[in-house]
Design a protein around this ligand. Structure first.
Ligand SMILES: *Cc1c(COP(=O)(O)O)cnc(C)c1O
Length: 466
């Protein structure tokens, strides 16, 4: 499998090179040259695999045999050995026709661990095999940072710098990032919001001299490997629900911010997974809901909500989806994205919008409805949803159609977002790994939200390449 850019000026890139490139060198996002498809027989055979085996089967379609099978197997097994549940991503039934896919059993209690534990292994492998210094640069709305730091802390040959919006992540998210004392970790707490952080790092990745000089690598969902690793649990969940209910088709509701997770669901569907609808669940930052309603994609005022990991207006991965819905027309994408940069909005035609609506539903859950959903499910089922997962469940109820079983993604553990849970009046016990964080000293550098300020911290931190 080779990879190409949504903007058409990069193609024929192998798996490891695509992993290292992160953002495509023409400013677009990398996608597979052809989406691999799986037959009904293959699906049937995959239905009996463990999570790790399924990951290997899917990676096999994407890695081009660039990594020896034994190495890949060891990396996958090591990635998921850190999870607290033997199934990695177990599925539980909430009520008739509604299942929950629990994605928070990894070391930092959010779904980002699934792809980022593997990417940490892969960076370590590539650093060693290619004898390359790896300098990871990423922006986080809270969970990507914690998870990617956990994946590479203390690893030789790898440095990691994470930008998070100052004061706009939950306490546990902040502690998970800033209590790490390994010298290869730099946390920049940036005055601004997540969109500012993401824009600045995209600018730095687009500066090809800077990127090459410092060997910059991406952990955000601009990296195609993250998307590929996230397709696995869509397959896994389908098989579990098929066993439990006999369903031959399912829908998914996905708490969304950067559109990475739900794009992985779209990719799984294009690979042949029998998916009916994909419901985009957002909070009050509902740019995606407005897009599905009107065909116009236009950021609105940024809002702080009880689900901070979804406090995102400009969804990076949306470009990948636009590319497919426009029939893989790179020129159209280039001009739409340039227009977006210049005017701050973009629109699609009525026929394109019709295609979008055939595949996606979208629903923005406001703060009040989010808390109400947490309370209602705790009272009726005893299950405590975190505020992101609650947006998913509420959107599933609002936009799910009867006729196909719904799987809603539980993207984080409630202990990560106790600020919101406390507002419901529900008391929760913290897992020991989380309560112990409160006693540790924190280390972070507070910086202005300007690219120049970030660059001056980076050049001190990354050993410059001669
Ligand atoms: C990152 C995150 C999301 C949003 O995922 P995207 O891939 O950015 O759409 C949802 N919930 C939680 C808990 C997250 O950490």
């Amino acid at each position: 499998m080779q990879y190409k850019s949504t903007r058409g000026k990069v193609s024929g890139i192998g798996f490891i090179d695509a992993f290292l490139m992160g953002l495509a060198n023409d400013g677009g996002l990398l996608v597979p040259e052809q989406i691999p498809t799986v037959s009904a027989e293959t699906l049937n055979a995959w239905s009996k695999l463990s999570y790790q085996e399924l990951t290997l089967a899917i990676l096999d379609l994407y890695t081009n045999d660039e990594i020896p099978a034994d190495d890949l197997k060891r990396m996958v097994n090591d990635s998921y050995a850190t999870f607290r549940h033997p199934e990695v991503t177990p599925v539980t039934k909430l009520k008739d026709e509604l299942y929950l896919l629990e994605l928070f059993h990894g070391p930092t209690f959010a779904f980002k661990d699934i792809a980022l534990q593997f990417m940490g292994q892969l960076y370590t492998y590539v650093a060693r095999e290619r004898n390359l210094p790896i300098n990871i640069l990423g922006a986080t709305s809270g969970d990507t940072g914690a998870s990617s730091i956990e994946g590479v802390r203390g690893k030789e040959g790898i440095n990691i710098c994470i930008l998070h919006p100052h004061g706009k992540v939950s306490k546990v998210q902040e502690l998970q990032m800033t209590t790490v004392t390994d010298s290869n970790v730099l946390n920049l707490s940036v005055h601004g919001n997540f969109d500012d952080c993401q824009r600045m790092i995209k600018d730095l990745f687009a500066d090809l001299d800077f990127k090459a000089k410092h060997n910059l690598c991406a952990i955000n969902s601009i990296n195609i490997v993250r998307i590929i690793a996230q397709t696995v649990y869509y397959f896994y969940a389908y098989f579990r629900v098929q066993e439990a209910s006999g369903a031959s088709q399912v829908s998914f509701s996905v708490p969304s911010g950067n559109f990475g997770d739900i794009f992985a669901g779209y990719l799984a569907k294009r690979m042949g997974l029998p998916v009916d609808r994909l419901v985009i669940a957002t909070n009050a930052n509902n740019i995606l809901e407005r897009f599905v309603e009107t065909g116009e994609y236009k950021p609105d005022n940024f809002r702080m909500t009880y689900s901070p990991s979804m406090d995102i207006q400009v969804a990076s991965n949306f470009e990948r989806y636009l590319y497919y819905v426009l029939g893989e027309n790179a020129e159209a994408i280039e001009s739409l994205m340039n227009g977006f940069r210049a005017n701050g909005s973009l629109s699609v035609s009525a026929d394109v919008l019709e295609k979008v609506r055939a595949e996606f539903g979208a629903y923005g859950v406001d703060n009040e409805a989010c808390l109400e959903t947490i309370k209602r499910y705790e009272a009726s089922t005893g299950y405590l949803l975190d505020p992101h997962s609650a947006c998913g469940v509420e959107a599933a109820e609002q936009r799910g159609q009867s006729g196909s079983v719904m799987i809603s993604l539980a993207t984080a553990h409630p202990a990560k977002f106790d600020e919101a849970v406390q507002l419901t009046g529900i008391k929760q016990e913290f897992p020991a790994q989380i309560s112990s964080l409160f006693d540790k000293p924190q280390r972070q550098t507070i910086v202005d939200g300007e690219t120049a300020a970030i660059v001056s911290e980076l050049v001190k931190f990354y050993p410059a390449q001669a």
